[in-house]
Design a protein around this ligand. Structure first.
Ligand code: AMP
Length: 191
């Protein structure tokens, strides 16, 4: 079973690359951002709660995020493996994921961070916001806040996974195919 975590700041291309990786390695793709947006469009209680954080570019509280993630994994227990896109984003989430997976005799195979410069990402997000209509992509201040959240809460996970020998990074600047090639070369080398 292969379980991959994709890291990267907003706009780094995690969702786009996850789509390629899921078909190449037959993985089930779980994006916590997509799950929250699904709850928002269905106007669930969780959606209402999540929206109040997402609209500001803040992270949604850990416990609700962890519970939602566990539920998604359990609902797809037949999967050959998972690609986690946008989770974990905090140390508490990373600890919870390790504990949860080990209870199921599963583990993270590798984590990969897509690296890109903030200014390039901010420009990509503003352009994406014009097409997607996502509130959190449309305001430069919210975008910068999401980068801050990443720097403060998610970037420290590098040490957590490096200590387990599971952290890798890939240059996230370039053509989509080029970046997919970098990722698959890396992952193939790990299998
Ligand atoms: P994304 O689509 O991954 O950029 O996520 C959009 C927003 O959803 C983030 O800015 C957060 O508000 C929220 N979100 C997604 N994943 C998480 C997570 N693992 N922990 C907390 N908040 C999250």
């Amino acid at each position: 079973m292969i379980n991959i975590v994709l890291f990267g700041k907003p706009g780094a291309g995690k969702g786009t690359q996850a789509e390629f990786l899921k078909s190449k390695y037959q993985l089930f793709h779980i994006s916590t951002g997509d799950l929250f947006r699904h709850h928002i469009s269905n106007k669930t209680d969780l959606g209402m709660l999540a929206q109040s954080y997402m609209d500001k570019g803040d992270l949604v509280p850990d416990q609700v995020t962890i519970d939602m993630l566990k539920d998604a994994v359990e609902t797809h227990s037949e999967a050959k493996g998972f690609i986690f896109d946008g989770f974990p984003r905090t140390s508490k989430q990373a600890d919870a994921l390790d504990t949860f997976l080990s209870e199921k005799s599963m583990q993270i195979s590798a984590t990969v961070a897509l690296e890109a410069d903030d200014d390039v990402l901010a420009e990509r997000l503003v352009n994406r916001g014009k097409i997607s209509g996502r509130v959190d992509d449309q305001d430069e201040e919210k975008i910068r806040n999401r980068f801050e959240e990443y720097n403060n809460k998610t970037a420290p996970l590098r040490d957590f996974y490096e200590a387990q020998g599971k952290f890798h990074s890939v240059d996230g600047i370039g053509g989509i195919d080029e970046i997919t090639h970098r990722l698959t070369t890396l992952i193939d080398g790990l299998l």
